[in-house]
Design a protein around this ligand. Sequence first.
Ligand code: PFF
Length: 450
Amino acid sequence: MTEETKNRDGFGSKLGVIAAAAGSAIGLGNICRFPCELGENGGAAFLLVYLIVVIFLGIPVMLTELVIGRRSQSNTVGAFKKLAPHSKWPIIGYLGVLSSLLIFASYSVVAGWTLEYIFKAATNSFKGENLAVIEQSFKTFHNTGWLNVLLQAIFIFLTGLVVFKGVQNGIEKYSKILMPMLLVILVVLAIRSITLPGAKEGLSFLFHPDFSKITGDTLIGAMGQGFFSLSLGMGALITYGSYVKKDDNLTSTAFSVMISDTLVAVLAGLVIFPAAFTFGVKPEAGMDLVFSTLPMLFNQMAGGYWFCLIFFILLAIAGLTSTIAMLEVVVAYLSEELHLSRKKATVIASAATLFIGLFASLSLMDHTPLKIDGFAFNDFLDFLTANILLPVGGLLIVIFLGWRLGKTEFFDEVTNGGQRKSPLKHIVFFIIRYLAPLAVAVILIAGLIK
Ligand code: PFF
């Protein structure tokens, strides 16, 4: 072990690893993006395809990233430099750093909105309003460019503060407190929502698949959502994996993260769709589902003021534990490969994010010129990262493990040097080497041709 590796910051406990990795996975992707995608792609049919994707592709890719990270004890670029010296494989790492920056730039726009909604909730501004008024106020808000940019900047700053504190005293400490709180509040909200009059329709939309709705778009959307939601394909879990202790069980970590992430996505669906059907909001209403339908739900609840306030606080927190992971990918790279101090690396990465994010934010205003191919720049970034860059990153990562790093190193890492049984290791390796690359490539190419 080199001096540098010995002195690396890292997670202090197994619970800390799961909280941080689940914190990275669980975020606006589960609570805002998942219901939007599901709403736009036929409801339960999408959920079904999504579940298949996360089980058969999500877990193997996640395990691959954790293995690469822990084996190399390095950031996402350094990992490939160490495991495949003098090769072109580090390109995967650079791609990950780029994806992280782009995702953070677009993600911090919506994350900034959560701050505005905390303020609105705290000042009770939804009280007694009807849906049309709440929708209009959401519209007016995202047309107020300067406010959006300001809130985005604040969110990026908050992320920087945690990342600057380091892995154990920053990322791990906050994730361990915040994630359980999020789960409890979602369960309470789901119980309230499924007792609303429109619950039956909402639940049927979520759980009764209409197979005729499964199209190429469902597949591409589900794969993009799966990669995005599990934070795969951009080196976040390579970076986090590098902070995991040598005697932790990587396979069970991957399972726990996948299960908690999926549970939260389904819970978010259980909160949102019964409410949407009750108030006559279309399932494909996009972000309105969260920023308009939910405030209406709170209006109908006893104690709605508090639920609303706590919900948006937790949404911000879920966003924060995710943006921390995005920023950490870049900061770990800058500090380890370019030898910048953590502080300098955090400032540079945050400033770069804000610069790109500014355009993403302003592109959501009506009549914006910031469009690419008819898409607002922010939506373009979201599509490019989730549906293209992350799957490409994931594809290259599994090819690297399956064909370059190989079985022996993989088995050694998942069994902790032979000390732990791993009954599924042969099957998982088979998936990593053959099935995952094939499936991701086919869906990607089909999507691109379309
Ligand atoms: N998984 C996060 C979410 O669902 O909100 C988004 C995300 C976090 C993507 C961290 C990528 C990442 F590295």
